[in-house]
Each structure stands twice: as structure tokens, then as C-alpha cells.
Ligand binder design. Structure first.
Ligand SMILES: Nc1ncnc2c1ncn2[C@@H]1O[C@H](COP(=O)(O)OP(=O)(O)OP(=O)(O)O)[C@@H](O)[C@H]1O
Ligand SMILES: Nc1ccn([C@@H]2O[C@H](COP(=O)(O)O)[C@@H](O)[C@H]2O)c(=O)n1
Length: 215
């Protein structure tokens, strides 16, 4: 007997910890993991690398068609400027349609997947088995990102990171197509006062309870 793929949707604003949490959840439940932000970053990076503008919808759509979901160079795509550029190209509806189709293809493959992003529970996988909306205050998120950059040997000002996070939140929540928001049936997880371990345990408790309720 074949089982339908299990899908766990994890959404939240920049640097909320959704990637860290999703990777651990994927391991815990034996699922694949897709960081959908990397697909938007790949579009932005392709345009930046070839010196093309970020505000041309047709060019961005062409770059989206070429995105290869078989593997992302997460380190190369992790730069802060790439994240900011990704939030600019992600406002274009054709870019979203192209990437969302590929994200759904990923989610359909057994045994299922944990997908993290901004619109997983609302648009990409509205029928996900469990939806989490992970958040933390902008100051906490900026502090975490700042420490991460310093830990990796980079340089950054806390104030600049906080301003970037607030700008990105406003753009992601304010766009017309697929704005960042919790799905009506999402479980909210505010990790402002939680360690990574505490957030993981809280998410597992939500997921286990939701899955038990369906059996
Ligand atoms: N609960 C937590 N407590 C402390 N640090 C955390 C917590 N969750 C995540 N972090 C740290 O915060 C930073 C950002 O986390 P992560 O990259 O998972 O966020 P994200 O939401 O996936 O970011 P992005 O929007 O850029 O994809 C990382 O350095 C991570 O180790
Ligand atoms: N499902 C998604 C995922 C991401 N975006 C946009 O990409 C930007 C970068 O995402 P990160 O998670 O890697 O920070 C993000 O700011 C969004 O604009 C999206 O629209 N939908």
C-alpha cells in the first residue's frame, strides 16, 4: 500500500530560524527538505552575476525558468545582498508561478518534505499536513543574524542588519502576490525567548499532536 507524501509547511520572516528548524524536522521525520528561499536567491544571483537589472519582470522570469532544483550552492547564495535582491525579484507573479510549480513537484515526491519559505502554507502547499509560522521580534532576529555573520568570520553592523530585516519584512508582507502571512490554520511559534532546541521540541510537539489527531 502506498502512502501519500507527508508535507510540513514552515513559513516566517527573514532570520526567524525557519531553515534551522526545518532541517532538524526533516531529519526527525525522515523527510526531504527544501529551503524555497534559495530558489528566489538563485534567480537574483543569476541576474546580479550577469549584470542584468533586478526590476525587469521578463528577464527575472527567464532566470527563474533556468533554476535547477537538483541542488543549490547555499553558501554562495547566503550573502545578505542576495537576500535583499531575492525579495525584489520575488514580487513578480511570473517568477512566483514558475518557482511554485517546481516547489510543488519537490513536495510531491514520497515520502514527502519539509518546505520552508514565505508562502508555503498559503500558496505552495495549502493542503500541508502541518503548518508552522515561525517568528521572533526583529531585534532578536537581527541579533541572531549578526552573531552568525561574526561567527563565520564576516563583518557587519547590527543596526544595518536590523534595517535590512525590517525593509525585507515590509516588502515580503506588503507585496500583492503571495504576501508573507500565517495561513489561517498555521500554528504560531514565537521563538524570541526560545533556544534552537526549545523551538525544535515545541515544533515536534505541535506536529505529533496534529498527526495523532488525523489518525
Ligand atoms: N531559537 C533560536 N535561538 C537562537 N538562535 C537561533 C534560533 N533559531 C535560529 N537561530 C539562529 O539564527 C540564525 C538565523 O536562522 P536561520 O538561518 O535558520 O533563519 P531563516 O529564517 O531560515 O533565515 P532566512 O530568512 O535568511 O532564510 C542562524 O544563525 C541560526 O543558528
Ligand atoms: N517561499 C518564498 C521564499 C522566499 N521568498 C523571497 O526570497 C527572499 C529570500 O528568502 P530567504 O528565506 O532565503 O531569506 C525573501 O525575502 C522573499 O522575498 C519568497 O518570496 N517566497
Amino acid at each position: 500500500m502506498s502512502h501519500a507524501p507527508i508535507v510540513i509547511a514552515v513559513d516566517g520572516p527573514a532570520a526567524s530560524g525557519k531553515g534551522t528548524l526545518s532541517r532538524r524536522l526533516a531529519t526527525q521525520y525522515g523527510l526531504r527538505h527544501l529551503d524555497t528561499g534559495l530558489s528566489y536567491r538563485a534567480v537574483a544571483q543569476a541576474l546580479l552575476a550577469s549584470g542584468q537589472p533586478l526590476d525587469d519582470e521578463a528577464l527575472a522570469a527567464t532566470a527563474a525558468r533556468a533554476v535547477d532544483f537538483s541542488g543549490f550552492d547555499a553558501a554562495a547564495l547566503s550573502a545578505h545582498e542576495v537576500g535583499d535582491a531575492a525579495s525584489r525579484v520575488s514580487v513578480f507573479p511570473p517568477v512566483r508561478r514558475i518557482l511554485v510549480d517546481k516547489q510543488r513537484d519537490f513536495a510531491r515526491v514520497p515520502p514527502g518534505a519539509v518546505l520552508d519559505g514565505r508562502d508555503i502554507g498559503t500558496v505552495v502547499c495549502p493542503d500541508a499536513d502541518v503548518k508552522l509560522y515561525v517568528t521572533a521580534s526583529p531585534a532578536v532576529r537581527a541579533g541572531r543574524r549578526h552573531r552568525e555573520i561574526l561567527r563565520l568570520g564576516g563583518q557587519a553592523e547590527y543596526e544595518a542588519i536590523l534595517a535590512d530585516i525590517e525593509r525585507r519584512d515590509a516588502r515580503d508582507m506588503g507585496r500583492a502576490d503571495s504576501p508573507l502571512r500565517p495561513a489561517d490554520d498555521a500554528h504560531l511559534l514565537d521563538t524570541s525567548q526560545m533556544s534552537i532546541e526549545a523551538a525544535f521540541l515545541a515544533a515536534c510537539a505541535i506536529i505529533d499532536a496534529a498527526r495523532a489527531g488525523k489518525n
